[in-house]
Every structure is written in C-alpha cells, then in structure tokens.
Ligand binder design. Structure first.
Ligand SMILES: [Zn+2]
Length: 349
C-alpha cells in the first residue's frame, strides 16, 4: 500500500540550495528520499521553466540515474538554459525489494494510467499532485523519461503530432510513435496543457539506456530553443497508432519452448524491436487453438488480429510487413500488459 508520504510530492529545492551533498550513488539517494520529490534548479532564463519527470514506473531507473548524475555535476557545469524542475515519482515502487523490480506497488494501479480522474487512491493522489505542480509552474515543455521492459533502441512517444512535438522528439531520437489511445498517461497533458513527450531510453538495466538518459537530460537542459526546426526533424520516422497485441483473458504464455502454453513467444522476440518482421517469420508458436488466444485491436477498438497476422504451421507470422515495438522477454509483463506493438510498414510517414 502507498502511505501518505508515498502519494504526495516533497519539495527538495531548499535542501538542494542549502548545498547539502548528494549521496554518491543514485541508489543511496533513492534509499534516503522522503517519498516522491520535486526540485527546482535555477537556469539562465529564470522566466521560463522546463520539467523532467521520471520513475513513474519503479522498474525503470535510467532517468533517476541521469538526474543523480546531472545534479552531481551541475555545480561545476554552466547553468541550464531555463529553470529546470525535476520530479522523481514512484519512489515507493522503485525501493520495494528487490529494488527496481516493481512497475508499481502490488495491488496498486499503474501510476502512468492515473493522470485523469478518479484520484481517490494513492497513485491517483500522486498523479494529481504531479499534474497540479506542473500546471502551477506552467512549463514550456515536459519530458517524461522511461525504460522499455525489453531491449530496444530509444524512441519517443507523443499523444499529438504537430511541428513542435516532432522538433522536440527529433532532438533526442530517430523514431516517434504517435498514439490516439488515451489511457491516462502523463503525455496526454500535451492535448490541453503543455508540450509533453515520453522518451523510452532503452531497456532497464542496459548501460546504453543510462547513457541515453544522461544525454537526454543534458540536451533538454541546455538547448536554448527546444522547438526550433533542425535538420534532424527530416530524418525522424513517425509511426501512428501502433496496435497492441495482447494475450486473451485466461490464456497462458511461455517463453520456454519445452513448456506447453497457448502462446509460446520466441525467446529472441526482442531482436525484432524496431525492425521489420516479414510474412513467414515465426514470432511465436501457437497451441492447438491457433490465433484464438490473441487479441489485437486498433485505437478505435476494432479487432485487427487477422488483418495483421496469420497462423502458419502452428506459428504466429505477419500477414504483411510489420514494425514491432516494445517486445519484452519478461513473461509477467508480456502477459499483463501486452506482447508487443505493431505498425504496418506502409503506414509510416
Ligand atoms: Zn514506463
């Protein structure tokens, strides 16, 4: 259960400006935090503020490590272009042993599904506190740093597709996913409040993802104009409305070829992340009910499984060239969230 201290934002700005030294590691810092925290770091232009949010998911530590590294070096570095507000959210889930293993506390809602009413429970109260702090600040941009649960190249996700979000994303990544699906994620604030971008830095535990998060925070802090057009915008590949492929309720999933289940995902499924899976490629072995234990709906809720996939010789294979994203090797996450996302190759633009 989340306690009252776990579901409110503690302001660390004063402690920071008092010059109290930061613990040597992100993990020691995490252990001593009073709960979810926000802190404001002064920039060159004090009339503008940008906000970086991370650790909405307790098993995604790259953003926390990047903030710790950035703060450790900040005193000796030039100040950021604008004021920078840093928010570290699901401290309770990250700290619960084994550390960095829980997306959220057991029996609590996913915090990144709580940025809309109802707000009654602990995660709802924390999401509301974060959102009202952001609204009070009026940031020119909000960046939400995550890790994917499987190995993946970094990519950006946005709720709306416009020139500002494209320029914002191109500053950090080559790929942008735009989704019309509304789940209560922080990035949906882009619709009415401020430009908001999610960056998936790469897989949890991958040192390259930690390095990416460090690059993201320094570019976010240092760029004088985040939305200025830049040559990289032309090379950004945008995917619209990828389809979630999920396990049907009650179906069984395995990554172990010797273990019989309704869906047996290939152990190397993550190698397809951001690649193109062609018809004939086996993504999974299927039990005797074939495609019957899989569900794929587009963002309007229309079933599209058999448009995108077919069962061939007991395996799941694309019916048309498909880009795959966010495949994971963790059976619990694949079963409870989704197996992966796909976008037909000809839809990209
Ligand atoms: Zn996440």
């Amino acid at each position: 259960m989340m306690t009252a201290d776990d579901s409110r934002l503690h302001d660390l700005s004063l402690t920071l400006s008092a010059g109290q030294p930061l613990p040597a590691t992100a993990e020691a810092w995490l252990a001593g935090l009073p709960g979810p925290v926000m802190l404001r770091y002064p920039g060159v232009d004090r009339t503008r503020v940008r906000a970086l949010v991370t650790l909405l998911h307790g098993n995604e530590p790259s953003g926390l490590r990047a903030i710790h590294g950035w703060l450790s070096g900040a005193a000796a570095a030039p100040p950021p272009a604008t004021d920078l507000v840093l928010i570290i959210a699901n401290v309770a889930a990250a700290r619960l042993p084994p550390r960095y293993n829980h997306r959220q506390l057991p029996n609590e809602r996913d915090l990144n599904r709580c940025f809309r009413a109802p707000w009654q429970d602990g995660p709802g109260q924390l999401a509301q506190a974060i959102l009202s702090a952001l609204v009070a600040l009026g940031p020119e941009a909000v960046l939400d740093l995550h890790n994917t649960s499987g190995a993946s190249p970094p990519f950006a996700v946005a709720a709306i597709d416009d020139a500002r979000h494209r320029a914002f994303a191109a500053r950090f990544c080559d790929h942008l996913i735009v989704t019309d699906l509304r789940l209560g994620a922080l990035m949906e604030a882009a619709e009415h409040l401020f430009p908001t971008l999610t960056i998936e830095c790469g897989g949890s535990g991958d040192p390259r993802a930690d390095a990416m998060a460090a690059t993201v925070i320094s570019r976010f802090a240092d760029s004088p104009a985040l939305f200025a057009a830049q040559p990289a915008t032309d090379t950004l590949t945008v995917f619209r409305n990828p389809v979630r492929v999920e396990l049907a309720p009650g179906a069984s999933l395995s990554f172990d070829p010797s273990e019989v289940a309704d869906v047996m995902l290939r152990t190397d499924i993550q190698q397809h992340n951001f690649g193109l899976a062609l018809p004939g490629v086996a993504l999974a072995s299927l039990g005797r009910d074939g495609l019957g234990h899989l569900v794929a709906r587009d963002h309007r809720g229309r079933p599209v499984l058999t448009e995108l996939f077919e069962a061939r010789a007991g395996t799941l294979t694309p019916r048309q060239p498909l880009h795959l994203f966010m495949a994971t090797a963790r059976a619990d996450i694949a079963a409870s969230d989704c197996l992966f996302y796909v976008a037909p190759a000809q839809q990209q633009h």
